[in-house]
Design a protein around this ligand. Structure first.
Ligand SMILES: Nc1ncnc2c1ncn2[C@@H]1O[C@H](COP(=O)(O)OP(=O)(O)O)[C@@H](O)[C@H]1O
Ligand SMILES: [Mg+2]
Length: 308
């Protein structure tokens, strides 16, 4: 079931001293189903954070629309939980109070005990038990980022928007939080849009990986379908025969094809329908022409040179 639709999205900036506008991206079209986990991968500066901020209702597109659950996105909402690239915490509030502020806005009538319980559950999840009363200045970069993650998860939004949320974390914490995120998504059918520069993270978490070409005029070049089983785990994922074809495809895009695409998109590329690809699997069988289908539905045997 389609949950989010992005149509004809464009962002351009007019230089302060006039001249031609700088088009960051143009004709960005994609959709996300309910419960789907979508990652976007692309080089720095191509406009990923800008797209996420437009989905969050924190930035305005120069053209195009974002429709979530049948309504056009206009301004921020507690339906969407955002984890920013920087932690974006309120420096005068403790870790717990930062999370509590969001939880209280979400459930205005909840009791103090209930609010306290929700905050503690998500602070424990991100490994901040014992640091609840510290202010951001007393926390390390990774700890601050974890408070931001707890805050976004704690409001249990209809959609999570994650901007490179785990980039500042050490590998161990990143693994724990990725696993938690997978568990939450499986249990709640959470819909997620996530920016990452880590292809392994994308393969572990995402159902679909959107590849964005370099700017200016960046586009969604391709949508890679993750064909690994959904109950994958970090310890065994690399043993799946699909893993390396997908990984190589993503790395190849980042290393060379993103630049080639920017210089010369393929002749049949249509930004309204970016191609969906399944690396390592043969392309979907072409549809059997109707003329070859017999009335009872079975295709006629057509064998070149057959005596029949
Ligand atoms: N206020 C602005 N004026 C002009 N250009 C901007 C402004 N804000 C962002 N940009 C440009 O938009 C582009 C996309 O930025 P961003 O969305 O942060 O990229 P990403 O997240 O993919 O690294 C960058 O090239 C940046 O220079
Ligand atoms: Mg960014």
């Amino acid at each position: 079931m389609e949950f989010l639709r992005v149509e004809g999205l464009k962002k351009s900036f007019v230089p302060p001293r006039g001249g031609a506008p700088f088009v960051v991206f143009d004709e960005v079209n994609f959709s996300i189903d309910k419960g789907e986990f979508v990652c976007i991968v692309g080089h720095s500066g191509c406009g990923k954070s800008t797209i996420l901020n437009i989905l969050a209702g924190l930035d305005e597109a120069s053209a195009g629309v974002v429709i979530m659950a049948g309504r056009e996105v206009a301004g921020p909402s507690l339906d969407r939980g955002v984890v920013f690239q920087g932690h974006a915490l309120m420096p005068w509030l403790s870790a717990k109070k930062n999370v509590e502020f969001a939880v209280k806005s979400r459930w205005r009538d909840a009791s103090r005990a209930k609010i306290g319980e929700i905050c503690q559950r998500y602070l424990d999840m991100v490994g901040l038990t014992g640091s609840e009363d510290k202010k951001p200045a007393e926390l390390s970069g990774g700890m601050k980022q974890r408070v931001g993650i707890a805050r976004a998860f704690a409001i249990e939004p209809k959609m999570l928007l994650l901007d490179e949320p785990f980039g500042a974390l050490d590998a161990l914490t990143r693994g724990v939080i990725q696993d938690e995120l997978l568990k939450i998504c499986a249990a709640t059918h959470q819909t997620v849009f996530m920016i990452t520069h880590d292809v392994d993270e994308a393969i572990l978490l995402a159902d679909k990986i959107m590849l964005m070409s370099n700017g200016p005029n960046a586009r969604i070049a391709e949508i890679v379908v993750n064909t690994l089983p959904r109950d994958r785990s970090r310890n065994t994922i690399h043993k799946d025969p699909q893993y390396y074809p997908i990984r190589n495809h993503l790395v190849d895009f980042l290393v060379s094809r993103s630049k080639e695409f920017t210089e010369q998109p393929p002749a049949d590329y249509d930004p309204r329908h970016p191609p969906q690809v399944t690396p390592g699997l043969p392309p979907a069988a072409p549809a059997i022409p109707l003329s070859l289908v017999q009335p009872h539905g079975a295709p006629s045997p057509v064998v070149a040179g057959s005596k029949n």
